[in-house]
Design a protein around this ligand. Structure first.
Ligand code: T4K
Length: 369
């Protein structure tokens, strides 16, 4: 049993495995700018994810931001506020306007029954989030997008390793943006990737991540610096060898949580989704204070007193952020507001001891009144 338990803990290869992977870098002195590790990792990733096209980036945020830029969009983007700051920021930093759609109370992803009424003649894209690894209703989203000729960019930060109907999750929409941050199921320390459909988009992304440089004497876009460096790519190569084992260990942890918490009155847990191979990214619990007897905040405090750092992912909603100066009406996303006030994600990582899960659940369940 551990003393302090945080919401997650980065997966790492052994030090020896990583050192072996980075050893050639001392011979080549090639540290970044699409070196050998970058190229090898991109290829391995493409195979693992079962996708035709993938572009590596410095992080999941730049994956989102540059995907939108690569599509040359203007106008409004339909998205959800129940997400990390990155999703909304990527839209706003592209000079686009987010239009907030409410979420589904079961999966916490975009409520597809509400999309069409938000479409105007300025709508250019839909940017849904696969929250906690719960997959959006992609069939319906893509039907609507096709009908109104809109682009679809999935925020797939939480879904690495997942499949839907046997296909890698990166195969859907015009683009899917993944995060390989230290806190994710699969990490490259910091990192991200875009899986995309149109090869022309790949060419644009490749240039945009390198300042928009087109040729030795030609810069044809105002790009960024979002190239994955060799040390991050090497970490990716190592962690990729172990990711299936990591996911299998996470499943065991999740099953232990379910043994304790499933069916408890006042607790709402995510259900497995049909035809989805899950990556067990997060363990969210929505607390109904009246039925359970304690609020989300009381549970969070009780866990903190015992050295357990659960997290309120995602509170506050992005449409309430101070940086937006009350521009958005949170009453338009009541389900998202309801969930954000009540959700707590409990610690989850592959090496979390089952005795620790028992202890966490005991603290939670002792708060029942
Ligand atoms: N879209 C969505 C839906 C996202 O959730 C995210 C990122 C993005 C886009 C953007 O992707 P990136 O640009 O980040 O690749 C964390 C992560 O920084 C962020 O990647 C993630 N979502 C978000 C949900 O969580 P914080 O501020 O909560 O992280 P922090 O530093 O408090 O870490 C949480 C816990 O993780 C720590 O208590 C311990 C553990 N940890 C953390 C670090 C940094 C480790 O074990 N090792 C580490 O190196 O944002």
């Amino acid at each position: 049993m551990s003393e302090q338990i945080l919401v997650t803990r980065s997966s790492m290869p052994t030090m020896e495995e990583y050192i072996e992977e980075i050893r050639p870098i001392w011979e080549s002195h090639w540290l970044t700018n699409m070196g050998e590790k970058h190229e090898a990792f991109q290829l391995e990733l493409q195979k693992y994810m079962g996708v035709p096209n993938v572009e590596l980036l410095t992080n999941g945020h730049m994956a989102l931001e540059l995907s939108l830029q690569a599509m040359n969009l203007q106008g409004e983007v339909i998205t959800t506020p129940f997400t990390f700051a990155s999703t909304t920021h990527a839209i706003v930093r592209n000079g686009l306007e987010p239009v907030f759609c409410d979420i589904d109370p079961e999966t916490y992803t975009m409520d597809v029954t509400r999309i069409e009424r938000l479409i105007t003649d300025r709508t250019c894209a839909i940017l849904p989030v696969h929250v906690y690894g719960n997959i959006c209703n992609m069939e319906e989203i893509e039907r609507i997008a096709h009908k109104y000729e809109l682009k679809v960019v999935y925020d797939a930060a939480h879904t690495f390793g997942e499949t839907y109907k046997g296909r890698g999750i990166g195969n859907f929409g015009d683009a899917s943006c993944f995060s390989f941050h230290a806190t994710k199921v699969f990490n490259t320390i910091e990192g991200g990737a875009v899986c995309y459909r149109d090869p022309e988009m790949g060419r644009r992304l490749y240039e945009l991540k390198n300042f928009g440089i087109h040729g030795p004497e030609e810069v044809d876009a105002v790009g960024a610096n979002a190239k994955m460096n060799e040390f991050c790519a090497a970490m990716g190569l190592c962690n990729l060898r172990h990711v299936d084992e990591e996911i299998a260990k996470r499943k065991v942890v999740v099953e232990r949580y379910l043994e304790h918490l499933e069916g408890v009155e006042g607790l709402h847990l995510s259900r497995p989704q049909p035809e989805v191979r899950s990556n067990y990214a997060y363990f969210p619990v929505v607390f109904d204070e009246k039925l359970f007897g304690a609020s989300r905040n009381e549970v969070d405090d009780a866990l903190a007193k015992n050295g357990i750092g659960a997290r309120k992912y995602f509170y506050p909603l992005t449409n309430t952020f101070e940086c937006f100066h009350n521009k958005y009406d949170v009453d338009e996303t009541p389900v998202a507001l309801h969930v954000a006030k009540r959700v707590l994600t409990l610690p989850l990582y592959s090496d979390l001891a089952l005795e620790d899960v028992d202890r966490i659940c005991k603290i939670v369940l002792e708060l029942r009144r």
